[in-house]
Design a protein around this ligand. Structure first.
Ligand code: CTP
Length: 404
């Protein structure tokens, strides 16, 4: 159960006695390192208080659809965009019926319609209610739409009955959630990724660098591990925690990054250049700190090796993905880079005006030879998972075209 760290889990609680188990579920999810936000229906609040869930999740609990202060902070659309997965536990018979009909008459049902992430339901109800043909039809319809039903389990019930309708235990639900993030789409693939900025020394105390935080590259590295790849991360200086199960090499300059990549590139299936590599370095680095004696000083800069371009020119090249950070004409500039550098794919985003580099969120245009797709504004982790899924799809298509 190692996949839930930093995952954003939206836990929906509907009315049912099993709501008391959701308190333990939140506690355990947080122990796994997940970030949990709780949304409760009105009847859920009759079984367990929002205050309890707030204390356990460490976040405000959301209950109202039309609450002006809540909408200003994080409304239903923001919540839907924020989360990586929605788990509704317990899911009552009434909630399942409302979801089947696409109703949007409270915060939780509206959010379910607005979210484009995996939706999991843990039904909990009296066994007769579960076995009722109406509920069974709803369960079938929800499953056919791609919603995952977890349980219910069989056993003794709070109402005294015995039969199917018990909510799965928190440990089992966590096991299922963990599974959502293990996609195995890149099993047995080796992936090398660069991330972060590089630094080019001017003198012993100064350097040329840029605003890259490394977040996007680190998120892609994590997403690739979840997809089953063997990941080598070659990182410039960042303040980020190293991703788990990733072989990480820390470098400082563009030339060190270049050498580290070239050492690793043999047998690599996928290369992703997410680093903001300094295009130029100082021709000479002063031995001593440069003193401010003159009104003007000149630095002579020379070009650094283009790591991405060099990898894409290998024969045969790995599946090569570049990043393009542009301040204008995004699609046009990115497509030029795709063609000039002979890339398989490029992920382009606008930077400047607090967009891109230092923020937690971003939006991306993913462009390849004969197509493109826009990934809407979302946390970088979520964009990273989508990007990895798109890369995996293209690689599988390319492989199956080669074998036919
Ligand atoms: N890149 C690289 N090695 C370099 C420079 C860039 O691997 N020396 C990679 C980056 O990691 C990114 C892509 O190339 O994936 C960016 O392309 P590039 O044309 O270098 O972008 P800019 O430097 O922004 O180019 P320009 O100034 O022409 O916009």
């Amino acid at each position: 159960m190692a996949y839930l760290k930093h995952k954003r889990i939206l836990l929906g609680i509907t009315g049912g006695i099993a709501a008391y188990k959701s308190a333990d579920l939140v506690r355990r999810l947080r122990e796994q390192g997940a970030d949990v936000r709780v949304v409760m229906t009105r009847s859920a609040c009759e079984f367990i208080t929002p205050l309890t869930m707030q204390a356990l999740s460490g976040r405000p609990v959301h209950t109202e659809l039309l609450d002006y202060s809540a909408e200003a902070a994080m409304g239903h659309i923001e919540l839907a965009r924020w989360c990586d997965v929605v788990l509704i536990a317990p899911a009552s018979a009434n909630f399942m019926a409302r979801l089947t009909h696409g109703q949007a008459d409270d915060l939780l049902s509206t959010l379910c319609l607005a979210a484009s992430v995996p939706l999991l339901l843990a039904p909990a109800m009296n066994q007769q209610m579960w076995l009722n043909p109406a509920t069974q039809d709803n369960a079938r319809l929800l499953t056919s739409r791609g919603i995952t039903l977890l349980g219910p389990a069989d056993g003794s019930q709070a109402c005294g009955d015995t039969g199917p309708g018990r909510m799965l235990e928190p440990g089992d639900l966590i096991g299922h959630l963990d599974h959502v993030f293990q996609t195995n789409t890149l099993t047995a693939k080796k992936l090398v990724i660069t991330a972060g900025p590089t630094r080019e020394d001017i003198d012993p105390v100064r350097f040329i660098s840029n605003r890259s935080s490394g977040r996007m590259g680190y998120a892609v590295a994590r997403a690739a591990v979840e997809a089953g790849a063997e990941v080598v991360l070659i990182s410039g200086p960042t303040s980020l925690e190293l991703p788990e199960r990733v072989f990480c090499q820390q470098v400082v300059t563009a030339r060190q990054m270049h050498d580290a990549v070239m050492n690793e590139i043999r047998d690599t299936d996928i290369f992703i250049a997410a680093a903001a590599v300094a295009d130029y370095r100082c021709s000479t680095i002063a031995d001593q700190k440069i003193k401010k004696t003159d009104a003007f000083i000149n630095l002579t800069l020379e070009k650094n090796p283009d790591i991405l371009g060099e990898v894409a020119s290998l024969s045969p090249p790995p599946f090569t993905v570049g990043f393009a950070a542009e301040t204008e004409a995004l699609l046009e500039n990115a497509r030029k880079k795709l063609i000039n550098k002979k890339l398989d794919m490029i992920a382009a985003n606008l930077v400047g005006d607090n967009r891109g580099f230092e923020s937690e969120d971003n939006e991306l245009q993913i462009i390849w030879k004969d197509g493109n797709i826009k990934l809407d504004h979302a946390p970088k982790e979520k964009l990273a998972r989508n990007l990895v899924a798109i890369i995996a799809k293209h690689i599988h298509e390319k492989n199956s075209a080669q074998t036919h």
